[in-house]
Design a protein around this ligand. Structure first.
Ligand code: ADP
Ligand code: ZN
Length: 629
């Protein structure tokens, strides 16, 4: 196989492909190094956060190598539902690509196979199960013998690991690629891999010799905010109305039932919301996913079943109405916002019941004690993040082993929360639980406990004679919300444990140190974050990506009118081609067209996101649309 590229990295060639095919001016972060390495036949393991730009890391080498006569790149991806759109996006950019999966008719599949076997195809997307298909392997063998098997790209590489959260047994078979086609370089990519998963990927995919490229996991354009629950649905609605009117977003809930209820309720409030969970009929699920991808401003209310590979670039917010399992899940789920690099929100409402529920789910799971202990540790880290009074991003990144400075783009940085010394209150609360236990061994839940602390006479108080307890009304000075915050912290920290169906409260051994006053508790003062409003969002992420912000928010009235016209035009084209709108042009690109108002094809060609093929296909029409508005 001719391999001149390894000696002479064709750097200008690669930049030229970026500009000509994709219409982008410059590489981002590690892209250039990765693309050079892989184009020159090196193996690579790429760890890059969602939205970091992984696709180009294999697409540009695929194009460069194809142009150099090295044939077809095989892209292994588990996401059958998305292959159609991925391939559509490449064809729109003038790159000959296709996919092979179970959704094709025999006729369609043979056509793709002919294109592949002739070497005309630049990229072939295939699901991992196809790799073990003997017929397919025979085809790869033939390509290989003729020097037309160029590169393997293994997307979502964490699926090979049992430690990861999306293990797919078919991925294990991918080790055969290296054994069977030792001369063909491989690039494996993932957005989620802790140390264990990373080691697993290297071992199972036989990537011991590969260069490992690890990007920072920071997502500077995502603003993190965690609010205390107080009528969470209304809080969510206010958040959407104030800051994300007409934006696409995802709302995560824990249960199917809650997904349905929340979606119904949002719809009744005039929000375009759709439910998505594994209990829905597959066709309906697909339909909702399509609408989310193809329409502009759908709010998807979903369980975690919705997500992997949703590469819609303009998801403006991800909201959590329930606590995720751990920080990895939180980061992955929130990472689906703002892939286009524009401002996006990760918003979560969290409360006492979340802490209790998550703890209970771990306790009641059939897993072994060691595993449970691990889960508890992970949950604690997430709770610490939720209760934090300092920069959320610093905590998140440090969890992934990265050091950073306060970000200026999270709720705690923007609106530093007041703190108060809750040590005394915590002691009162713990001793009240202690009194309950003394007093007949009876156990109670949070509601009753707080009533007793605040001296609220209820039937239950009378029934149990709790007015005579020494802790009766010792906490009348604090409002209920504050007591809940104290209890939440104590449960988070493991000093109080909840038990049974009624979630009654029990002291843990560690409570003794708090009772003795040996542990100081600094708590955040419950606040409702001030309204920000869409228009007041001017603060830029501290370490944000450079370049002009194409955010449609800062268009003047005339540009806004052009933007709207362009969107309407794009919607028609997208519909005609059966593709999501962002595949034709992303919002940032349309916004830039509206802002610059180019008068010639040449001026239009300089706008980021306008490649040669799209200029040829759509240039004249865009100028016409711009001329009319
Ligand atoms: P990932 O797969 O890592 O989540 P993508 O490959 O989908 O990320 O890229 C995220 C977004 O960034 C896409 O909209 C893509 O077009 C854009 N992008 C990637 N690289 C560049 C670049 N060098 N310049 C401008 N935009 C880029
Ligand atoms: Zn911060």
């Amino acid at each position: 196989m001719a391999d001149s590229m390894s000696q002479h990295p064709h750097h200008p060639v690669l930049l030229n492909i970026l500009q000509e095919v994709f219409g982008y001016g410059a590489f981002r972060g590690a892209q250039e190094a990765i693309i050079q390495h892989v184009t020159g036949s090196g193996d690579a393991l790429v760890l890059m956060p969602t939205g970091g730009g992984k696709s180009l890391c294999y697409q540009i080498p695929a194009i460069a190598r194809h142009r150099a006569g090295q044939g077809v790149t095989v892209v292994v991806s588990p996401l059958i539902a998305l292959m159609h759109d991925q391939v559509g996006a490449l064809e729109e950019a003038g790159v000959h690509a296709a996919f092979l999966n179970s959704t094709l008719s025999n006729e369609q599949a043979s056509h793709v196979e002919r294109e592949m076997m002739s070497g005309r195809l630049v990229m072939l997307y295939a699901a991992p199960e196809r790799i073990t298909n003997p017929r397919f392997l025979a085809q790869l063998d033939s390509l290989y013998e003729r020097g037309l098997l160029s590169l393997f790209a293994i997307d979502e590489a964490h699926c090979v690991s049992q430690w990861g959260h999306d293990f797919r047994s078919e991925y294990l078979a991918l080790s055969l690629l290296h054994e069977r086609y030792p001369e063909v370089p491989r690039i494996a990519l993932t957005a989620t891999a802790d140390d264990l998963t990373r080691a697993d990927i290297i071992e199972r995919l036989r990537l011991e010799e590969a260069s490992v490229f690890i990007s920072s996991f920071d997502r500077p354009n995502i603003r993190y905010a965690i609010v205390e629950k107080d009528k969470p649905r209304e809080q969510l609605l206010r958040f959407i109305r104030d800051e994300h009117e007409d934006d696409a977003g995802v709302v995560y809930c824990q249960s199917r039932k809650k997904v349905e209820e929340t979606a119904d309720w949002l719809v009744s409030e005039g929000i375009k919301a759709l439910p998505y969970h594994a209990g829905l009929d597959a066709a309906l699920r697909q339909k909702h996913q399509d609408r989310f991808l193809r329409e502009d401003s759908i709010v998807m209310v979903a369980t975690v079943a919705f997500g992997m590979g949703i590469d819609k670039p303009d998801v403006r917010f991800v909201a959590h109405l329930d606590l995720p399992k751990n920080i990895e899940s939180y980061y992955q789920e929130t990472g689906r916002a703002g892939r286009d690099g524009e401002a996006a929100d990760a918003w979560m409402a969290y409360g006492l019941a979340d802490v209790v529920n998550q703890r209970r789910m771990i306790d009641e799971s059939p897993a072994g004690e060691e595993f449970k202990q691990g889960q508890r540790g992970k949950l604690d880290a997430l709770l610490a993040l939720a209760e934090a009074t300092d920069c959320r991003r610093v905590r998140l990144l440090s969890y992934f082993g990265e050091e950073s400075k306060p970000c200026g783009n999270c709720d705690n940085c923007l609106f530093p929360p007041a703190t108060w010394d809750g040590t005394e209150a915590a002691r009162k609360l713990l001793s009240c639980i202690y009194r309950f236990q003394q007093n007949g061994g009876q156990r109670f839940g949070a509601g009753h406990l707080i009533d007793v602390l605040r001296g609220k006479v209820t039937d239950k108080v009378t029934q149990y004679g709790h007015q005579s307890l020494s802790t009766w009304a010792v906490g009348a000075d604090l409002p209920e919300t504050q007591w809940r915050a104290v209890l939440r912290q104590l449960i988070s920290l493991g000093h109080v444990v909840t038990e049974g169906e009624y979630m009654t409260l029990v002291l843990a051994d560690s409570a003794r140190a708090v009772l003795k006053g040996e542990v100081q508790l600094l708590l955040r003062v419950p606040t409702v974050a001030p309204k920000r409003g869409k228009l007041s969002r001017t603060s830029k992420p501290s370490s944000g990506r450079s370049g002009s912000s194409g955010a449609p928010e800062d268009l003047d009235a005339a540009a806004q009118a052009r933007f709207d016209q362009l969107k309407a035009w794009r919607a028609e084209v997208a519909k005609e081609h059966g593709l999501p709108a962002y595949v034709i042009f992303q919002n940032v690109t349309l916004a830039e067209m509206a802002r610059q108002h180019p008068q010639s094809l040449d001026a239009l060609s300089h706008i980021s996101g306008v490649g040669a093929k799209k200029l040829e296909a759509y240039g004249a029409e865009i100028l016409r649309v711009l001329g009319e508005s």
